[in-house]
Ligand binder design. Structure first.
Ligand SMILES: N[C@@H](CCC(=O)N[C@@H](CS)C(=O)NCC(=O)O)C(=O)O
Length: 319
């Protein structure tokens, strides 16, 4: 969460929002159009038409990077990567190692991209963003919808159209699983870390670990969340788990257990990390730099801790 947002196209500095009990509130995103293979939405899936804005730090954006990579859409969908540090004006572009500047508008801040799409935009300035270079607007800024588009709508131009992370017969189970992990786990780490009352924190962290315990059991019976094949639900789980021991455990006080203390979740996490193409989407330096430096209300010194020593390349036991 940044410390500001756009209101009627103007940047305003304000704290993120909490409910009356000090619980962290995540607002729904507003750009919700769809790219379609058959152009039924008016946004046709075409090579070189769309641009993806991400942060390597962000678990939601990371999902879209993974699908772009595993479907083989790197050449067809261009990319910008913001600087890991998020300051008073929100996400910014820079020449930092790993960052890729805004080659479309040469913007300094990501907020400029939102204003280009809608000069009266009111809302948070978040990544990921899927931008349409033809209509000059944001198509969508909701990761779960963007990954489904990458998975199914771009097959005519994808290098790996045969890969399908949401096969028809598993779709209901995949949706149900993504719903089930969203609030307690994906958003749960944020609810824990951004809680402004003991009560809100206690509730979030307890629910988070209850659900991690539950999936630990499920993964003792099957290799992936929805059975024996990797699905979109696994990528949604992955981007939270891969940040957990380095960031969420310390910075967001999710410290009941590390992921490496869960035999099944830990081996499952290494299994996913070692799938071809996935580690190329992980930038641990950006992940650590972003969280520890961008939330002075949690970590005023901005000091980035060194540990723990964990190795995602170590052999896993999932096959
Ligand atoms: N629902 C969105 C959430 C995206 C989101 O919250 N991204 C964070 C980074 S992890 C962000 O850009 N926050 C900036 C802010 O809220 O000011 C999605 O899944 O795409």
């Amino acid at each position: 969460m940044g410390t500001g947002m756009l209101v009627d196209g103007q940047w305003q500095t304000e704290a993120y929002q909490t409910d009356e009990k000090g619980g962290f509130k995540r607002n729904p995103t507003t750009f919700r159009d769809r790219v379609t293979a058959d152009n039924s939405s008016g946004f046709k899936a075409e090579a070189h038409r769309y641009h993806l804005y991400v942060s390597y730090a962000c678990p939601w954006a990371h999902r879209t990077l993974i699908l772009r990579q595993l479907k083989g859409l790197e050449d067809a969908i261009s990319l910008s990567v913001v600087d890991p540090y998020m300051g008073d004006k929100g996400w910014q572009f820079s020449e930092a190692s790993g960052a890729i500047p805004d080659l479309l508008f040469n913007a300094e801040y990501l907020q400029e991209v939102y204003v280009k799409a809608d000069s009266h935009y009111t809302g948070r300035v978040t990544v990921p963003i899927l931008w349409d270079k033809q209509k000059n607007t944001i198509v969508n800024n909701e990761s779960r919808e963007i990954i489904r588009m990458f998975d199914h709508e771009f097959n005519a131009i994808a290098k790996h159209p045969e890969v399908d992370f949401c096969p028809q017969e598993l779709k209901p189970q995949i949706e149900e699983t993504m719903d089930a992990i969203y609030n307690p786990i994906n958003n749960g780490v944020y609810r824990s870390g951004f809680a402004e009352s003991q009560e809100a924190y206690d509730e979030a962290v307890t629910e988070l670990f209850t659900q991690l315990d539950r999936w630990e059991k499920v993964l003792s019976q099957q290799r992936y969340l929805c059975g024996e094949v990797i699905t979109e639900a696994d990528w949604c789980m992955f981007t939270t788990l891969v940040r957990f021991d380095w960031v969420y455990y310390v910075h967001f006080k999710c410290n009941i257990r590390h992921i490496y203390e869960y035999p099944n979740l830990w081996n499952y996490l290494k299994d996913l990390y070692q799938q071809p193409g996935v580690k190329e989407t992980c930038n641990f330096d950006h992940i650590k730099q972003h969280y520890y430096r961008s939330h002075p209300f949690i970590n005023p010194s901005g000091i980035v801790p060194k540990g723990p020593e964990i190795n995602f390349d170590e052999a896993h036991n999932r096959s």
